[in-house]
Design a protein. Structure first.
Length: 289
């Protein structure tokens, strides 16, 4: 506690000697018992913030989880020009925080709420309907989210270029149809460890999102060569592909990627037991493993 209070005093001293209109970015806050108080003080002082990241570097979940809605509501209330918000791993945040951001920060373009386990569809639906410039959304491991959240983003934010929904396990048919049919500008998609990402859904995404440069379909027991071959045929701009633990994958899929995706610089294939040494050797001549 004494350390946290000392850090808070140091922050306040620094605030008094900084021109508020010159500060646009807040990257990292010394979290702890005084975390909320620190963020509130920063938000009140630096009202022209456009980029806020409250994750630790490297992340320390034991500390940043102490941040609550109070901190994010203060940012929303005092920083209406906010364009980028990263609250990775702030597991105590609730819908109240994201709803405040939605109502007060209409210029928001990037939102990372990965690991914010208490958020529900209401939070993402409200953000989507108010922040129409949203281009990047990371909702990985937000396990309460369902189709409703993704459909709302698809309806209100068709210009989305990056979407990360890995470890979201409650996304049945409507969410996948929304991704495939409403995001023609998508360049990055992470659906790793989404158990319902079968061939039909990945093929539909590949055919309708030809600008994909980054694709993560890792840890999937249902995908086969059929899906990855269609990705190779349709997504010629791929630079990164993660198929780790796609256990049904065979050499045919690797060959298709090597032949079709000449821009690929990163190919992760660990945990694919059906791949032979031949496929590994051919792929390694193109990519760093």
């Amino acid at each position: 506690m004494r350390h946290d209070l000392t850090a808070m005093a140091a922050v306040r001293h620094a605030l008094r000697n900084t021109m508020p209109e010159a500060v646009r970015t807040l990257d990292g806050v010394a979290a702890g018992a005084a975390a909320d108080e620190t963020v509130v003080a920063l938000a009140q002082r630096f009202t022209r913030l456009t980029c806020v990241s409250l994750r630790d570097h490297p992340p320390d979940l034991a500390r940043i989880n102490l941040l609550t809605d109070e901190a994010i509501v203060a940012i929303a209330n005092h920083c209406p020009q906010l364009a980028r918000l990263d609250v990775w791993g702030c597991g105590e945040l609730t819908d109240e925080a994201m709803i405040a951001v939605a109502h007060h920060c209409p210029q928001l373009m990037e939102l990372t709420v990965q690991g914010c386990k208490k958020l529900t569809d209401e939070a993402i639906v409200t953000v989507a309907s108010h922040c129409l410039q949203l281009a990047r959304l990371d909702i990985q491991a937000c396990k309460n989210l369902t189709d409703e959240a993704i459909v709302a983003v698809a309806h209100h934010c068709p210009q989305l270029t990056e979407l990360r929904v890995g470890y979201c396990e409650r996304l049945p048919h409507k969410a996948w149809a929304a991704i495939a049919n409403h995001f023609p500008h998508l360049t990055s998609l992470d659906v790793g460890t989404c158990g319902v990402a079968d061939n039909r859904r990945i093929i539909a995404i590949a055919k309708n999102c030809p600008q994909l440069a980054h694709l993560d379909v890792s840890h999937n027991q249902y995908l086969t060569d059929e899906a990855i071959i269609e990705v190779a045929r349709n997504c010629r701009h791929l630079t990164q592909l993660n198929v780790v633990c796609v256990v049904q994958l065979t050499d045919l899929a690797v060959f298709a990627i090597v032949i079709c995706c000449r821009r690929l610089t990163s190919l992760a294939v660990g945990g694919c037991p059906k791949l032979t040494d031949e496929a590994t050797e051919i792929a390694s001549s193109f990519f760093d493993w």
